[in-house]
Design a protein around this ligand. Structure first.
Ligand SMILES: O=P(O)(O)OC[C@H](O)CO
Length: 520
C-alpha cells in the first residue's frame, strides 16, 4: 500500500512539476549582451526590447524632448526646457522625464501634433545601434517598449521605419483635445505591458527580453515573462556602430521640422547663442541679395557665409539655333524655394523667371526674380510657361515640392512640351542649423530660416542639354520618357535615387493633407 501511495505521490509530483513548468514562469536565464543572439535562429521567438535602454545608442532623452518643444511648441518653450535642464539633471531620472514631458507637451494640440511621425524618426534612426538592429531583424515578432517616452513620440519611428510589430509607449493625458503634459500612471502602463507579454507567452511560448540595467520596472516585468533576458550595458552601446542609412528597412525620404541639427545640450546652447546673430545675418543677406547688383552681392554674400559652388559652368553658346528666339529652359531638382534664385546667381543674370506652386506671398514679394504661380491646370500652366520663355530664361522644378534627402521625386512632364531644348541642372543644398523648407509649418518663414543658417551652401551643376518633346508625339509617351530621362540624368550627377513619389505622398506623410494649395 505504501509503495502504491509513493508511486501515486511521485506521479502527482511529476504532474505538478509539468504544470508548473508549463504555466508558471520558469526562472529566466540572464545573459549579458544580446550579441550572442546573432548566432541563434530567432524566427519563432518574440523579442521584447526596451527602446531607450537597448535600441538607442545615446543615454540622454533631452534632444528628443527638445525637438518636440521646438517643433511643436516653439522657440520660447524650447528655451524654457533648455534653462531648466541643469535643474532636471539634479532630479531623479523619473522626475526629470516628467518635467521634460510637461515642458514639451503642455498645451500642445493633440490633433496637430505631427513631430512624432514627421520630425523625430530622422533623429531616432540616426541613434539606432546597428548591433541591436541586427538582432531584432532576426526575431519572429518584435515588441518595442518604452518606460520613459510617450507613445506619440516613438510609434511613427518604430512602426513606419523599423517595422516593429507592437509598440508600447507611455500614453499621454489629454483634456479638450490638448495635451496636459502628464503621462498616464506607471501602474496602468505596466498592466498593458503585463497583459501583452502574457498573451505573447501563451501564443508563442518563447519570449526573449532585451533591456538595460537602468530600467528597473522592465527588469521586474521582463523577469516575470521572458525565458531569457539580455542586458545591454552603457559600455556595449558605446562600441556599437550607428545603423547606416543603406540598411534602413524603409528609406527616410521625407521629414519635416526646422532644426537641421540634433539638439543635444551643447548644440542647443550653440543654437541659442547663434540666435541674435541669425536674425541679423538673415536681414543683412536679404538686403544684399535684393538691393545690390550680382557682381557685388555675390562676393558679399559669400563673405557672410553663403556658399555657392558651380561645377560644370553653363556656357550660353551651347544654346542651339532653334531656340534662339526663346529663352532657355533650365530644369532642376528641388532642394529649397531658393533654387531658381541660385540658378540666377550661377548665371549672374537677374532677368530670369520661375514658376512656383506653393510659394507664400511673403516669399513672392521678397523674390528678387519674377515668380509666376502655377494653377495645376495643364493647358494654362503650359501656356504660361511658353509665354515666360518668349520673355527670357525660365527655371522649372518639376518635382513640385522640395526634398531634403538624396532622393528625387517624380518629374511632372509638362516642361518637356514647352521647349525643344532643356538644360538639366543638378542642385544640392546643405545647411547646418535650420531647414529653409516646411510641409506643415509657416512657409512664409522658409527664406528667413535658410538665410539664418550660418553656412547655407549650394552646389550647382549644369548638365548637357537634352531635346524636349515638342515634336509629334502620337501616343503621348515621349514626354514621360524625356521627363524620366532628365530625372535620371540629374540623379546620376548627384548620386540621388530616382523615385516615383509625388508631392501628394510627401504631404500625406508630413502634414496629413494632399498638398493642394488653396487658390487665393
Ligand atoms: O517644399 P514646398 O512644397 O514648400 O515647395 C516649394 C516650391 O518652391 C513650390 O513651388
Amino acid at each position: 500500500m505504501s509503495a502504491k501511495i509513493s508511486i501515486f505521490q511521485a506521479l502527482v509530483f511529476l504532474f505538478y512539476r509539468f504544470i508548473l513548468r508549463r504555466y508558471r514562469n520558469p526562472k529566466p536565464k540572464y545573459q549579458n549582451g544580446p550579441s550572442s543572439l546573432l548566432q541563434s535562429d530567432l524566427s519563432r521567438h518574440t523579442l521584447i526590447f526596451n527602446v531607450e535602454g537597448a535600441l538607442l545608442k545615446s543615454d540622454s532623452l533631452f534632444p528628443y524632448f527638445m525637438l518636440v518643444a521646438f517643433e511643436a511648441g516653439g522657440v520660447i518653450r524650447s528655451f524654457i526646457l533648455f534653462i531648466l535642464y541643469p535643474l532636471i539633471s539634479l532630479m531623479s531620472h523619473e522626475m526629470g522625464v516628467k518635467v521634460m514631458v510637461m515642458v514639451s507637451f503642455f498645451g500642445v494640440k493633440k490633433e496637430g501634433f505631427r513631430a512624432g511621425r514627421a520630425v523625430l524618426p530622422k533623429y531616432f534612426l540616426e541613434d539606432v545601434g546597428l548591433e541591436m538592429f541586427q538582432v531584432l531583424k532576426r526575431g519572429g515578432k518584435r515588441i518595442g517598449v518604452s518606460d520613459d517616452l510617450p507613445q506619440v513620440m516613438i510609434e511613427g519611428f518604430l512602426r513606419d521605419y523599423l517595422e516593429i510589430d507592437v509598440v508600447v509607449g507611455r500614453k499621454m493625458k489629454v483634456v479638450g483635445g490638448y495635451y496636459l503634459g502628464i503621462m498616464e500612471d506607471k501602474t496602468k502602463h505596466d498592466l498593458v505591458f503585463d497583459e501583452l507579454v502574457r498573451k505573447e507567452r501563451l501564443n508563442t511560448g518563447r519570449v526573449i527580453g532585451i533591456t538595460s540595467f537602468n530600467t528597473s520596472l522592465h527588469r521586474y516585468l521582463f523577469s516575470q515573462f521572458c525565458q531569457e533576458i539580455y542586458f545591454v550595458k552603457k559600455l556595449d552601446k558605446r562600441s556599437w556602430q550607428t545603423l547606416p542609412r543603406s540598411q534602413y528597412p524603409k528609406p527616410l525620404v521625407f521629414h519635416d521640422g526646422r532644426l537641421a541639427i540634433k539638439p543635444t545640450l551643447m548644440n542647443t546652447l550653440v543654437l541659442f547663442m547663434w540666435g541674435p546673430f541669425a536674425a541679423a545675418a538673415a536681414a543683412a543677406r536679404l538686403f544684399v541679395s535684393l538691393c545690390i547688383p550680382y557682381s557685388f552681392s555675390i562676393p558679399i554674400l559669400s563673405f557672410s557665409g553663403c556658399r555657392l559652388t558651380v561645377t560644370n559652368d553653363y556656357v550660353s553658346s551651347q544654346k542651339p539655333k532653334s531656340s534662339q528666339r526663346k529663352g532657355c529652359l533650365f530644369v532642376c531638382n528641388h532642394r529649397t524655394l531658393l533654387d531658381p534664385l541660385y540658378v540666377a546667381f550661377a548665371l549672374k543674370k537677374k532677368n530670369i523667371k520661375t514658376v512656383t506652386y506653393s510659394l507664400s506671398r511673403v516669399s513672392e514679394i521678397l523674390a528678387p526674380i519674377k515668380t509666376v504661380r502655377l494653377t495645376r491646370d495643364r493647358v494654362s500652366d503650359g501656356q504660361a510657361m511658353e509665354k515666360l520663355l518668349t520673355e527670357g530664361d525660365l527655371v522649372v522644378c518639376p518635382e513640385g515640392t522640395t526634398c531634403r534627402e538624396p532622393y528625387m521625386l517624380r518629374f511632372s512632364p509638362l516642361f518637356t512640351e514647352v521647349s525643344d531644348i532643356i538644360v538639366p541642372v543638378a542642385m544640392t543644398s546643405t545647411v547646418t542649423f535650420f531647414y529653409g523648407t516646411t510641409a506643415s509649418g509657416l512657409k512664409a518663414f522658409d527664406p528667413l530660416f535658410f538665410l539664418m543658417d550660418p553656412y547655407p551652401t549650394y552646389t550647382i551643376q549644369f548638365l548637357d542639354p537634352v531635346s524636349g518633346a515638342t515634336c509629334q508625339d502620337p501616343d503621348g509617351k515621349l514626354k514621360f520618357e524625356v521627363a524620366n530621362h532628365v530625372q535620371s540624368e540629374i540623379g546620376k550627377a548627384l548620386d540621388f535615387e530616382c523615385t516615383s513619389l509625388t508631392r501628394k505622398d510627401k504631404y500625406l506623410i508630413l502634414a496629413g493633407n494632399n498638398g493642394v494649395v488653396k487658390k487665393n
